[in-house]
Design a protein around this ligand. Structure first.
Ligand SMILES: Cc1cc2nc3c(=O)[nH]c(=O)nc-3n(C[C@H](O)[C@H](O)[C@H](O)COP(=O)(O)OP(=O)(O)OC[C@H]3O[C@@H](n4cnc5c(N)ncnc54)[C@H](O)[C@@H]3O)c2cc1C
Length: 393
């Protein structure tokens, strides 16, 4: 018969120590294992091949003991280079006020699409200084330094110089009446090249353009202005070369148009398709005097829903929507408009939408960047009073 060895109670007492809190702790029998540092794996973490941090469960021991080198940092991103394009597609940017606006981005996206179809490269032209276009689908960038004053003759001469030097197959403009469309028409006259305006469908085989209520179908012309419908896309963010291209400018043409600066004009009745700020009314507007007063204070272009046009409260040419005018202002102020699908189609390309509606669940509130759930009859005079106060002191 075997006997179990007796436990020595004194030996156990000898292994009792005081813990940090002052309470007695009994150490386990046998040799004491060193405690693991729970922070060690994180302290020795290294970036993995994907760039994400990988914890080292061995607390850096593997690196130190076996000399394993930490993974190298991710290599710097290399730009995509189109070295031998079959042709150049030139995009002449508007850059109103020196800013890269959505229409310019749309133009670059359309130029990229056409260039890819033709195995070509995108050449961007900026008339008043350089912009960072490497992530805007641009392979080459000609940055000119024209005088900032509005001088269409100087712009035409400069664009002609770029065409002469680089011989692009197509030159793309926006349909902006004072910028892209105006420059394109002047260039067509000066160069004698064929042009198509308000192009709303485009591929390597041909185009469709708006013209006096009918669609014109034809081959790709050298000069094209693109309708807003074609400017809705944005270039993907691939890093491209945007290689600077030097172009010597001809001397500025003498005489011609002189820029006398901007003069204030009443924009309340301006064409909706060209408006930068639209103040729009729906069936929730009752105080029409106040609505028109606010539109004047803001110098915004008046618009409205079909409902209010049907009821004769606004003329038909003020209707925004699928069966009215498609608008693309920087800001769209919607007072008492429910946001029916046909109306929302018309404001798809607005940069910012502010909605005032008593119904929290209205589709327009859902669409808005800023929503005010309140009576339009209270918000409109408050806004107008605030504007007056700001203006007069
Ligand atoms: C073929 C077809 C084409 C159409 N095309 C267009 C088009 O191009 N454009 C267009 O707009 N519509 C169009 N419509 C009509 C569309 O479907 C809607 O009927 C219309 O847009 C509704 O207009 P509304 O939002 O002004 O009116 P309602 O739908 O009556 O909405 C009024 C809104 O005002 C809010 N409201 C009420 N009182 C107040 C208050 N005191 N303060 C603040 N908010 C208040 C309500 O909560 C509501 O959301 C089309 C319809 C068809 C069938």
């Amino acid at each position: 018969m075997t006997t179990r060895p007796r436990r020595d109670p004194h030996a156990e007492r000898a292994r009792t120590v005081l813990g940090p809190s002052g309470r007695k702790r009994r150490l386990p029998p046998g040799p004491v294992r060193p405690r693991k540092d729970p922070h060690a794996p994180r302290a020795h973490a290294m970036p993995g091949p994907s760039g994400r941090l990988r914890l080292d469960p061995h607390g850096g021991e593997l690196v130190h003991l076996h000399g394993i080198a930490p993974a190298p940092a991710a290599a710097a991103e290399q730009p995509l280079v189109v070295s031998a394009p079959s042709c150049l597609v030139l995009a002449v940017l508007d850059l109103p006020g020196g800013r890269l606006e959505p229409a310019d981005l749309g133009l670059l996206a359309a130029a990229r699409d056409l260039a890819d179809r033709l195995d070509g490269a995108v050449l961007a032209l900026t008339l008043h200084g350089r912009h960072d276009l490497a992530r805007q689908g641009v392979d080459r960038h000609a940055a000119l330094e024209l005088d900032p004053a509005w001088n269409p003759d100087a712009a035409t001469a400069a664009i002609s110089a770029v065409i002469e030097r680089l011989a692009p197959r197509h030159v793309l403009f926006t349909d902006h009446p004072l910028l892209g469309a105006d420059r394109a028409r002047r260039l067509a006259v000066a160069s004698g090249l064929a042009a198509a305006f308000a192009v709303h469908r485009l591929d390597e085989s041909g185009l469709r353009a708006r013209g006096g209520g009918i669609d014109l179908v034809g081959p790709l012309a050298p000069i094209l202005t693109l309708h807003d419908i074609l400017l809705a896309d944005r270039p993907d963010a691939t890093l491209r070369e945007a290689r600077p291209v030097q172009v010597d400018l001809p001397p500025a043409p003498a005489g011609g148009i002189e820029d006398l600066g901007e003069i204030p004009v009443d924009l309340t009745g301006a064409p909706l398709s060209e408006a930068d700020l639209v103040v729009s009314a729906g069936d929730g507007v009752r105080d029409w005097l106040c609505f028109h007063d606010l539109a004047r204070q803001l110098n915004g272009t008046v618009g409205g829903s079909r409902q209010v046009c049907d009821r004769g409260l606004l003329p038909r040419d003020r209707q925004v929507g699928a069966s009215g005018t498609l608008v693309a202002p920087k800001a769209y102020l919607a007072f008492g408009i429910s946001g029916a699908p046909q109306h929302l189609q018309g404001i798809e390309h607005c940069q910012r939408v502010v909605a005032v509606n008593t119904d929290l669940h209205a589709k327009m509130i859902e669409r808005a960047d800023l929503a005010i759930v309140a009576d339009a009859q209270a918000v409109m005079p408050a806004l107008a009073a605030l504007l007056r106060e700001r203006r007069h002191g």
